[in-house]
Write a protein of this length. Structure first.
Length: 624
């Protein structure tokens, strides 16, 4: 038995046992070191990551500052709105979720997916990527009902801009829209889904009106549902502003411009504050704050009447006869003519082989400066323009604010054009001709102005010669930009001519005469195209809309120490007295009597019919 079993031979080798024990000990040491590395050395880092999975932070949008008119009426406010976003970290199938969102909201799937792909790099996986910026109440209810079945959905509350009067002040207030890449690059505090000012006062005062965001922290469970929430930093609302605009007057101007294309500017002649800045046709600012579709934008963009254009500051027109006050001022400034010096008007002037006619075929006879301005004698200004030449007319026109921007706090203002010899040579490759002087002297030819430049100039005549910066904020201080380079008696001569144009029997602005108010005015007819002999034989209502002259009227009005200047332009309105005169008269009645004169329905209907016919012709030409 002992031969078969030897105990010493059955024992494991001692060296193998030691090796096994060393391996086990090494393994435990490795685990201990790893545990120390994770739990102690990098504990803060992993603790922070664990908290990130449990705690999340989210910015709280700040409401924009309110906008009021000069009397305190609210023009722009904020209302609650809801946006729909996707948290990618919690979403198992983004493509399927986007399909479902498209079904809920009626949006195009490919547009939503394009938006998602475009913005995903800008948003962290655990932050909501806004895919529908504005949910209707019905859509919100539908999403909330199904939210638990679709992980990754996030509904965010945000204030939405509401313009209480829609189209009424669109060109003054502008609008807000979702920030694009350029906005976010320019302002680091902006994030995807934020709204910023894009036009008007909203754009120009963006930093003042946006406010500062707040910050919230909330706890979530494994399904991403919120459990607890606390505010780390409260949002600060933007500053409230008050415009110089009078809401009632703005409504009146827009009512009178209904169905027309044109603009009205009303300025306090002593402060430069604008009481009205109306442009028609207009657009609804709310369309942009609620998210404008590509179809809506295309409709606005392709509208032949260009409703997005602010005609008071962005459209330029020949000034017509209202420019005669500028030319008369130039004649006085350079001593080229005395106020009592007379000029004979036979009804025409010959220049070489060309004949330049006065608007009155039989002529005005002998006229001095006052009568030439009151009755708008073309021959008087033909002869004065020939004396002055383009050099003096251009120099004086620029000195009184034409050919340059007024500096109003609105974007994209145009400077217009005051021609010079050098300008024509560069623009057309032609030298300045004698006939160009004559055309310029009556506000035709190459001269182009904006209604805002016109109202500033006439306000300068009303206040004794100060050219004031047009102001849109009620709390802005008056800024004198320049002085009209004339003596007080010469400025008074121009002012009295305006008053006589209203008060005397032969004046062209008699229709704006107002009892108890000192009113002065000047009409203007700006030729759009040179009419053919065939068109000249037609009656006004037979001339095609696109060939009709623009109608101007500039006016000043004073009572009890309050002085205002008014400029009105009606595109293709034919004559200043009939096209723009009733609008100016309604403005004066409102300013001094508080009277609201509604635009007669027959006038609206006539304008509507004419414009509809014009649009029909434009569409036909486009189709051809």
């Amino acid at each position: 038995m002992s031969d078969l079993y030897n105990e010493s031979e059955q024992q494991a080798p001692r060296s193998g046992l030691i090796l096994l024990q060393a391996l086990i000990l090494g393994l435990f040491c490795l685990f201990a070191i790893r545990l120390w590395y994770l739990q102690i050395h990098r504990s803060e880092e992993y603790q922070a990551k664990a908290l990130e999975n449990q705690l999340r932070q989210e910015s709280i949008p700040s409401p924009r500052g309110l906008i009021r008119d000069r009397n305190g009426d609210l023009l722009a406010v904020n209302e609650p709105a809801y946006a729909l976003g996707i948290i990618r970290e919690d979403c198992p199938d983004v493509d399927r979720l986007v399909h479902q969102i498209a079904a809920w909201t009626g949006k195009d799937y490919f547009e939503l997916k394009t938006l998602y792909n475009k913005n995903r790099k800008r948003v962290k996986p655990f932050e909501p990527l806004i895919i529908v910026p504005d949910l209707t109440f019905a859509q919100l209810a539908l999403v909330e009902t199904n939210k638990l079945r679709w992980p990754g959905l996030e509904i965010q509350f945000r204030p939405r801009r509401l313009y209480r009067y829609g189209t009424l002040l669109a060109h003054v207030l502008g609008y807000v829209a979702e920030a694009d890449e350029e906005d976010m690059a320019r302002r680091p505090d902006l994030a995807l889904g934020d709204y910023v000012g894009k036009q008007g006062i909203e754009l120009m005062l963006e930093d003042r009106m946006r406010g500062s965001k707040g910050l919230a922290q909330y706890q979530v469970d494994v399904n991403g549902r919120r459990l607890k929430e606390r505010v780390l930093r409260h949002p600060q609302a933007g500053h409230e502003i008050s415009l110089s605009i009078d809401l009632g007057l703005q409504k009146l101007c827009m009512d009178w411009l209904a169905e027309e294309a044109g603009g009205v500017a009303v300025m306090d002649a002593d402060t430069g504050q604008l009481w009205a800045l109306a442009t028609a046709p207009s657009y609804d600012s709310n369309d942009f704050s609620s998210g404008l579709s590509s179809k809506q934008w295309a409709k606005l963009r392709d509208n032949p009447l260009h409703p997005m254009q602010n005609r008071v500051i962005q459209s330029v027109y020949p000034p017509g006869s209202i420019f005669k006050h500028v030319v008369a001022g130039a004649g006085l400034h350079y001593g080229m003519i005395a106020p009592n010096e007379t000029v004979f008007c036979p009804g025409f002037v010959k220049l070489g082989r060309r004949i330049f006619r006065c608007w009155r075929r039989g002529g005005h006879g002998k006229v001095d400066m006052n009568r030439a301005l009151v009755e708008s004698c073309d021959v008087y200004f033909y002869k004065l323009g020939k004396k002055l030449t383009v050099d003096r007319m251009s120099e004086f026109a620029k000195a009184v604010g034409f050919g340059e921007k007024t500096g109003i706090r609105l974007p994209h203002e145009k400077a217009g054009n005051i021609p010079t010899r050098e300008w024509k040579l560069k623009r057309f490759g032609e030298s300045w001709q004698g006939g160009d002087n004559l055309n310029m002297a009556i506000g035709q030819g190459f001269t182009l102005v904006t209604p805002l430049q016109v109202v500033r100039f006439f306000a300068g005549i009303a206040n004794g010669g100060r050219l004031l910066k047009p102001l849109l904020l009620k709390d802005e201080k008056t800024v004198v930009q320049a002085d009209i380079p004339l003596r007080p008696d010469q400025i008074e001569l121009l002012r009295q001519a305006l008053v006589d144009t209203v008060e005397t029997p032969h004046g062209t602005c008699r229709r704006i005469r107002t009892k108890g108010v000192v009113v002065g005015g000047k009409t203007g007819t700006a030729q759009v195209v040179r009419l053919t002999d065939e068109l000249k034989e037609l009656k006004d209502d037979q001339i095609p809309y696109r060939f009709r002259d623009h109608a101007w009227m500039a006016a000043i009005a004073e009572k009890d120490g309050h002085r205002f200047a008014i400029a009105c332009l009606v595109e293709h309105g034919l004559h200043g007295g009939s096209g723009a005169g009733p609008i100016v008269k309604a403005v004066i009645d409102y300013l001094f009597e508080g009277k609201v004169t509604p635009n007669p329905e027959e006038r609206k209907a006539k304008a509507r019919a004419v414009r509809a016919l014009s649009l029909k012709h434009k569409e036909k030409r486009r189709a051809d």
